[in-house]
Design a binder for this molecule. Structure first.
Ligand code: COS
Length: 377
C-alpha cells in the first residue's frame, strides 16, 4: 500500500473509512441522508475544481472515497460514482461556460443529482445502435425515445441524454443533451425490482416530444458517441472501486468469522486458508490496478485500457469473493439479512453495468491488438 499511496492519500483514506463506518446508514430506502452527509463533506463534487463548487481533489482521492463508501453501502457507492463520473464530468469536460455556471456548482454541492442516459432496449453493449431521436426544430431539438436502467432514475435532477440527429449515420449521428427532470415530456418509470443494490434506484426514463433548447446541447452536434465513451472510462474506474469495496467487505466478514470459529476451538482447515489467501492476494492486485487507472485518469491521459482492466478484474473479484465467502461461512452467511448475502446480491450488477465485463475484455483486446509497442504489458 505504502508503495502507492502518498501520506496525503493515506490520510484521506482514513477520513473516508471513518465517514463510511460511522455516518452511512443502511436501511432499505433511497439513501437521501447518506447523500446529504456526503454533500456536506464535499464528497458529491470531490474531483471537481473549486472554481466550480467542487472540493478540487484529485481523481485518486475520489476513487479512495468510492471504495470506502462502497465497502459499507454499495448502493450509495454507485450513486456517488454515477453522479460524479458520468453525471457531473460531462459538464466539466464538455460544457460551455454558461452551462458550467448553470449546473456545476449545484451538482458539486449535491443540490442536484446527475444521471447518464445512454442504454436502450436495443442498445446496451452496442451503444451506437441507439434509436432515441433528436429532431432539429426552431431554437433547439425535440427528443423522442426511452432509456433503460438509469441509475438515479426518478430521483435524479439532470440527465446527460444521448440521441441521434440522423439515424442513418450510426454512431456519428449521436449527440449529447442536458435534460432537466422537470422538462415537459420527460417521465421516469418506477424503480426496477433488482436482485441487489436496492437502495440505488434504477428506472426507465421516457422522452415524448421533449423540447430542448440549443443551449442544452452538450458539445458539438454529432460528437455524442466520443463524449459517452470518454466519460465511461472514468465511470468504469468508479465501478471498479465499488467492486473492490465489495470484495474487501466480503473477505473481512469471512476472516472475522473464521477468527471467531478459532476462538471457539474450530481450526481453519487448509482449503479455507487457501481460499482466503488467494482472495486477499487478488484484492491487493486489483487495488493496484485500480489506483494505476485512477492515476492515469488524473494525469489527463486517455486510460481506456487501464479503466476497462480495472473494471472487469475488480467486479469479477467482488462476485468471486462473495461466492467463495458464502461457501466458507455457509449458514453463518446465508440469512436474508446477513451482510454476505447482501454483498453477493450487490456484486452481480457491477459486472454488467457501465459496459459488461465481456465488453471490457473486448476493449482491452482491441487496444492490445492495435499497439505496436507491447512493453507496457
Ligand atoms: N475515449 C475517447 N474516444 C473513444 C473512446 C474513449 N474511451 N472509445 C472509443 N472512442 C472513439 C474511437 O476512437 C472512435 O473514433 P474514430 O471514429 O475517430 O476512430 C469512435 O469512438 C468509435 O469507437 P469504436 O470503434 O470503439 O466504436 P464501437 O461502436 O465499435 O464501440 C464498444 C464498441 C463496445 C466499445 C462500445 O459500444 C461500448 O463501450 N459499449 C458499452 C456501452 C456501455 O458501457 N454502456 C453502459 C452505459 S452506462 S450503464
Amino acid at each position: 500500500m505504502e508503495l502507492v499511496l502518498s501520506e496525503y492519500h493515506q490520510h484521506r483514506q482514513e477520513e473516508f473509512r471513518c465517514f463510511a463506518d460511522s455516518e452511512l446508514d443502511q436501511d432499505h430506502q433511497f439513501p437521501h441522508q447518506n447523500l446529504i452527509k456526503a454533500g456536506n463533506r464535499g464528497y458529491m463534487g470531490l474531483p471537481i475544481p473549486k472554481e466550480w463548487g467542487g472540493a478540487g481533489d484529485d481523481f485518486l482521492t475520489y476513487i479512495l472515497m468510492l471504495e470506502e463508501v462502497s465497502k459499507v453501502c454499495a448502493s450509495t457507492g454507485v450513486i456517488l460514482s454515477v453522479h460524479t463520473s458520468v453525471g457531473t464530468f460531462p459538464l466539466l469536460y464538455y460544457g460551455s461556460e454558461e452551462q458550467k455556471k448553470r449546473f456545476l456548482p449545484n451538482l458539486s454541492s449535491g443540490k442536484l443529482l446527475g444521471a447518464f442516459a445512454l442504454t436502450e432496449t436495443g442498445a446496451g453493449s452496442d451503444a451506437a445502435a441507439l434509436v432515441t431521436t433528436a429532431t432539429a426544430v426552431d431554437g433547439g431539438y425535440v427528443l423522442n425515445g426511452s432509456k433503460l436502467f438509469i441509475t438515479g432514475g426518478g430521483e435524479a435532477d439532470l440527465f446527460t441524454v444521448f440521441a441521434t440527429v440522423d439515424r442513418s449515420m450510426g454512431r456519428t449521428g449521436i449527440t449529447a443533451f442536458l435534460v432537466e427532470k422537470d422538462r415537459p415530456g420527460l417521465t421516469a418509470g418506477p424503480p426496477e425490482k433488482k436482485m441487489g443494490l436496492n437502495r440505488s434506484h434504477t428506472a426507465e426514463i421516457r422522452m415524448e416530444d421533449l423540447f430542448i433548447p440549443v443551449s442544452n446541447r452538450l458539445g458539438e452536434e454529432k460528437a455524442g458517441f466520443m463524449i459517452a465513451m470518454s466519460l465511461l472510462d472514468g465511470g468504469r474506474i468508479g465501478i471498479a472501486a465499488q467492486g473492490l469495496g465489495l470484495a474487501r467487505a466480503a473477505l473481512e466478514f469471512t476472516i472475522n468469522h473464521l477468527k471467531q470459529q478459532e476462538h471457539a476451538g474450530v481450526n481453519t482447515d487448509q482449503s479455507s486458508a487457501f481460499i482466503i489467501a488467494d482472495l486477499a492476494a487478488k484484492t491487493a492486485a486489483v487495488r493496484l490496478l485500480i489506483y494505476r487507472a485512477a492515476m492515469a485518469k488524473g494525469s489527463g491521459k486517455r486510460c481506456t485500457k487501464e479503466a476497462a482492466m480495472a473494471k472487469f478484474m475488480a467486479t469479477d473479484l467482488a462476485m468471486e469473493a462473495a461466492t467463495k465467502c458464502l461457501d466458507l461461512c455457509q449458514s453463518a452467511g446465508c440469512g436474508v439479512d446477513n451482510p454476505l448475502t447482501r454483498y453477493f446480491c450487490d456484486a452481480k450488477a457491477p459486472q454488467i453495468y457501465e459496459g459488461s465485463n465481456q465488453i471490457q475484455r473486448i476493449v482491452v483486446a482491441r487496444e492490445l491488438l492495435s499497439q505496436k509497442n507491447l512493453s507496457q504489458l
